[in-house]
Design a protein around this ligand. Structure first.
Ligand code: VGL
Ligand code: ZN
Length: 194
């Protein structure tokens, strides 16, 4: 497949933060291995003058998703902590890039970059119609961001060579990919993009 990028396209890089990388608080196995590929996507979109959005988990220390508060996860991506920083090798351009913090209040979690954020507004005011999504985790925040985009009327492309999942249950990531495709997402790899 060949997809030609246009001015109505954007890249959304989901949650490429230290805590989601090997050695972090909530590691995604091999999560760091997609950094070079994501950097290529980022370079491509940037070179074409297209905006790049970076979502990040940005939790208060007593966030409801943490085990101590009865949630599912160990504490991760606490606001201003080292674990909340992006992977040190991730290419974050100086211009035309936006950082979207989510899960920022204690009583509300957000797996989707659209939940409780102004991401939809920022895309709409720029006339964006198609979103290209990569990052972690395939079965959580990537899945929810892709499905959220589709529900909001965007065409979503899933960057198959730029995602990694956690697989709390074996096969979760594969099932999430199937579900996204079923809901209308289109699977792509870097070589498909012009
Ligand atoms: C995520 C679990 C908890 C993710 C965020 O980015 O996929 N997963 N918080
Ligand atoms: Zn989280």
């Amino acid at each position: 497949m060949r997809v030609k990028l246009s001015s109505r396209d954007t890249l959304i890089v989901v949650d490429m933060q230290r805590d989601f990388m090997p050695g972090g608080a909530l590691p995604v196995q091999e999560g760091d291995t997609i950094v070079p590929k994501l950097n290529e996507y980022i370079g491509l979109f940037s070179k074409k003058g297209l905006p790049v959005f970076f979502t990040r988990d940005w939790h208060p220390p007593d966030h409801l998703s943490f085990k101590e508060q009865g949630g599912l996860w160990p504490p991760h991506c606490v606001q201003y902590s080292e674990g909340a920083l992006f992977h040190p090798d991730l290419l974050v351009p100086q211009d035309n890039r936006f950082i979207i913090s989510k899960g920022t209040s204690k009583d509300f979690d957000a797996y989707s970059g659209f939940q409780g954020t102004i991401l939809d507004n920022l895309l709409k005011e720029r006339g964006i119609r198609r979103v290209f999504v990569g990052g972690v985790a395939t079965d959580y925040c990537v899945r929810n961001t892709v499905l959220g985009a589709i529900n909001l009327g965007y065409q979503a492309f899933l960057l198959l060579d730029g995602i990694k999942g956690v697989d709390v249950k074996q096969g979760d990531s594969d099932r999430a990919i199937e579900e996204m495709l079923q809901m209308g997402a289109v699977a792509l790899e870097l070589k498909d993009l012009g």
